[in-house]
Design a binder for this molecule. Structure first.
Ligand SMILES: [Zn+2]
Length: 298
């Protein structure tokens, strides 16, 4: 371990190796050649994978979108991500949307901004990929590469900032959130989602699932407690972290039998109501696969 591996959230050098093994590259089936080490900060609970190479340039590159979305056009993005947006809308709710200034950080080609555009007055897109930014501009969204670029024009402007599955990708989550709180109006909201480190499958399935769960591009992993602490450290108030389970019992059974994900495919003998009960129970017990944090700027 080197000193560069100290926790970027709290600066602690008291780190424990949480996992040592290969991690996923892109979609299921590709893993790193060499074992990578995942560290857990004993002080703040943050869990991280030290990056190799420049992660920013990877996100600005077309290789990233080829690896994850199977293409680098806005149409490829929509095909991959339009279907997820109803869930994102449910996380945010519609009650406070009308007439608001909405900023989506890490918005990709802008599926969520397109969906909410009818309610909100102004849509701000934060997206490092230049091809997406051009497309976002054409569709009437104000686009910036990074939150820091938006800050001068957007200081205290946003009623709502959304950040879906982004925080796990950045080298310095504390810095990103410190910049982000600056663009939120006093009293405005942040809705942030990320995979759950307390995902039951990680303890139940061990390394078989760990090789899939830990990913080259996910530099940070949070439990609900560590995520809430991070948001409070930044100065957010009314912090509440909810747990969700996106996949049913069938997916867990497929993992047990075949050691691979099958999304929403049903498993023989597992009914839809059993899948639904599993989702509900996993979420209630905090062992679901996904976290959604709600917070306000005071
Ligand atoms: Zn820490």
């Amino acid at each position: 371990m080197t000193t560069s591996d100290c926790c970027r959230i709290c600066g602690s050098q008291s780190l424990t190796i949480r996992y040592s093994g290969r991690v996923r590259i892109g979609k299921f089936g590709r893993v790193t050649d060499k074992a990578r080490q995942i560290f857990e900060c004993d002080k703040c609970g943050g869990v991280f994978l030290p990056p190799f190479g420049s992660i920013d340039s990877y996100y600005e590159s077309h290789a990233y979108r080829q690896d994850y979305d199977g293409g680098d056009s806005d149409a490829d993005f929509f095909r991959q991500h339009d279907g997820e947006q109803l869930k994102n809308l449910a996380f945010v709710g519609t009650q406070e949307l009308r007439g608001s200034v909405l900023c989506d950080v890490g918005c990709g080609a802008g599926s969520f901004l397109d969906l909410t555009n009818g309610y909100v007055d102004r849509t701000i897109a934060i997206e490092p990929d230049e091809i997406y930014r051009e497309s976002l501009h054409r569709r009437g969204h104000e686009a910036f590469a990074y939150v820091a670029d938006a800050l001068p024009a957007m200081q205290d402007q946003a009623d709502i900032v959304t950040m879906f599955s982004v925080i796990e990708h950045v080298e310095d989550p504390l810095k990103l959130l410190e910049e982000t709180i600056g663009i939120i109006k006093p009293g405005g909201r942040l809705v942030l989602s990320t995979p759950n480190l307390d995902d039951l499958l990680l303890t139940a399935l061990g390394d078989v699932y760990a090789e899939f769960y830990y990913r080259q591009v996910h530099l940070w992993y949070f439990s609900s407690t560590a995520l809430a602490n991070l948001l409070k450290k930044v100065g957010f108030e009314d912090v509440r972290v909810e747990c969700y389970q996106r996949f049913g019992l069938s997916n867990f059974m497929h993992w047990l039998r075949d050691s691979k994900p099958r999304g929403d495919d049903s498993f023989p003998g597992i009914t839809e109501s059993l899948d639904a009960l599993w989702r509900q129970q996993m979420a209630q017990s905090g062992r679901g696969d996904y976290l959604v944090a709600h917070a306000r700027r005071s």
